[in-house]
Design a protein around this ligand. Structure first.
Ligand code: G3H
Ligand code: 13P
Ligand code: NA
Ligand code: ZN
Length: 313
């Protein structure tokens, strides 16, 4: 069955790694994620954004999660698997995911509200979720780029002075912070020095020692996938992400969960585009989707080692 993220995240911090939190949107992506994590012996948080929830259909989601945990058990693996709502926009959606879709963990993203409203809504979700043994992630600070349909021009870094008050008032189980990451494939300009503010992370950690911290917007935007996409009829320009080395550093700290979505999309697209170009006469979706799945699975396996340090955890 599914696990909540409580022990997963605490264990990651005790042992100096972080837990892969991969967004999924369809069967092939879920297969790639779960096969990669089983083969690497890594715990996994399967994340569903509100957009993914609409795309998959909310009634189908618990059965996809069930398929994933059944696959793990049938493989003889004992990796913990969580089903997590990513960027939950309201109490009502978090409640529906908990009561009707079997989620073991939810994020309430009230980072767009002012501090007191963020505290109040995050606390309300935490109190409700904990009755069902469901863990809760909340967010302080605002990531640049598009987040929850709100777009911020500038990063609003999490203030280290607020985190202790926030986690004690809300009772949440983990805290997403903004330290220079952003969602999507265009995190930096070609003229930037791509980096995250590990100095702010350190200040945050000192305020809430050992408390599980979450990084969003952490795709590394591997250039080989951008190149394959562009060599096979695509056109993606100036896509840049977070260097793996910095995320690996963060994994050794109190960062216990790192979210990746865009990289999976790039790997999938690269595989499918290549399959189409290599075999123009092919029209069996199983053939080209298998190539997309193969690219994603290879990516997830590499990332588990290079970023999370979660292999054999
Ligand atoms: O945080 C954003 C995630 O990558 C989800 O993206 O809303 O397009 O599913 P989405
Ligand atoms: P990326 O767009 O960097 O993959 O971030 C994903 C994320 O934060 C999901 O919540
Ligand atoms: Na960690
Ligand atoms: Zn996110």
């Amino acid at each position: 069955g599914l696990s909540n993220t409580k022990e997963m995240l605490l264990k990651a911090n005790r042992e100096g790694y972080s837990v892969p939190a991969f967004n999924f949107n369809n069967l092939e992506q879920l297969q790639a994620i779960i096969e990669a994590c089983v083969e690497m012996g890594a715990p996994v948080i399967l994340q569903v954004s509100p957009g993914a929830r609409n795309y998959i259909g909310k009634d189908m989601i618990p059965f996809m999660a069930k398929a994933a945990t059944s696959y793990v058990a049938a493989s003889g693996s004992d990796i913990p698997v969580a089903l997590h709502l990513d960027h939950g926009p309201s109490f009502e959606i978090a409640e529906d995911c908990i009561l009707n879709s079997g989620f073991s963990s939810v994020m309430i993203d009230a980072s767009k509200y002012d501090y007191d409203e963020n505290v109040a809504l995050s606390k309300k979700v935490a109190e409700f979720a904990h009755q069902y043994d469901v863990t809760v992630e909340a967010e302080l600070g605002v990531l640049a780029g598009v987040e929850d349909e709100v777009s911020a021009e500038e990063h609003i870094f999490t203030k280290p002075s607020e985190v202790e008050d926030f986690v004690s008032k809300t009772g949440v189980d983990s805290l997403a912070i903004a330290i220079g990451t952003s969602h999507g494939a265009f995190k930096f300009k070609p003229t930037d020095d791509p980096h995250i503010r590990l100095d702010i992370l350190k200040q945050i950690e000192e305020k809430i020692p050992g408390f599980p911290i979450v990084l969003h917007g952490s795709s590394s935007i591997p250039q080989q996938y951008v190149r394959i996409i562009n060599e096979n009829g695509g056109k993606i320009e100036d896509a840049l992400g977070i260097p793996d080395k910095q995320l690996h550093e963060a994994s050794k700290s109190a960062v216990a969960k790192i979210n990746v979505d865009s990289d999976g999309r790039l790997a999938f697209t690269a595989g499918v585009r290549k399959a189409f170009m290599d075999n123009p006469a092919e029209f069996d979706p199983r053939k080209y989707l298998a190539k997309g799945k193969e690219f994603m699975k290879k990516y997830y396996k590499e990332k588990i080692v290079d970023v999370y340090g979660a292999e054999g955890a």
